[in-house]
Design a protein around this ligand. Sequence first.
Ligand SMILES: Cc1cc2nc3c(=O)[nH]c(=O)nc-3n(C[C@H](O)[C@H](O)[C@H](O)COP(=O)(O)O)c2cc1C
Length: 158
Amino acid sequence: MTFLEAIRAFAHDSAVAIVVTDAKNEKPGPIILYANEAFGRLAGRPVAEVIGISPRFMQGRETRRPVLDTFAQALAAGERFHGYLTNYRGDRTKYVVEIDCRPLRNAAGNIEYFLAFEREVARRRGRPWGGVLSRFEAVDVSDASLTSGIRMLDAFTP
Ligand SMILES: Cc1cc2nc3c(=O)[nH]c(=O)nc-3n(C[C@H](O)[C@H](O)[C@H](O)COP(=O)(O)O)c2cc1C
């Protein structure tokens, strides 16, 4: 079973959007190699349409450049990115998405893929305390941290 087949098997029915890209950071990369149905619903595009293109297709006027720069730096450094972005669906309605993205390395230690867990979140009302992670709550998936799902991946990574 290849890595992508393994991802496909466990990500297929997940309520959390899961997307895997290649490890090329220079434009037009990273390129989407796999996305589950929940990702298609989140992005408002059929999955078949997003395979082969960059996740940048979700960006728009209110997608904050400084956050994208942080994202790009994390990818280039082979580090995890966990943050929030304003994105746009196929019909151009906007939403806030929580993204937990990390590199997946092969046995030689080289990055082969990036994998992200994504879900729509809504800004919490009032004045929450506890930093950026407490300012948003999940819209419809679950309140559990995305990170618990990503721990499963330890099974696949050296
Ligand atoms: C697995 C993965 C998922 C991503 N998902 C999103 C996303 O949902 N929304 C988004 O705006 N950017 C997403 N990106 C980030 C863009 O693809 C790109 O890396 C980012 O815009 C920074 O690169 P740039 O500075 O060249 O634009 C994702 C990247 C990866 C590797």
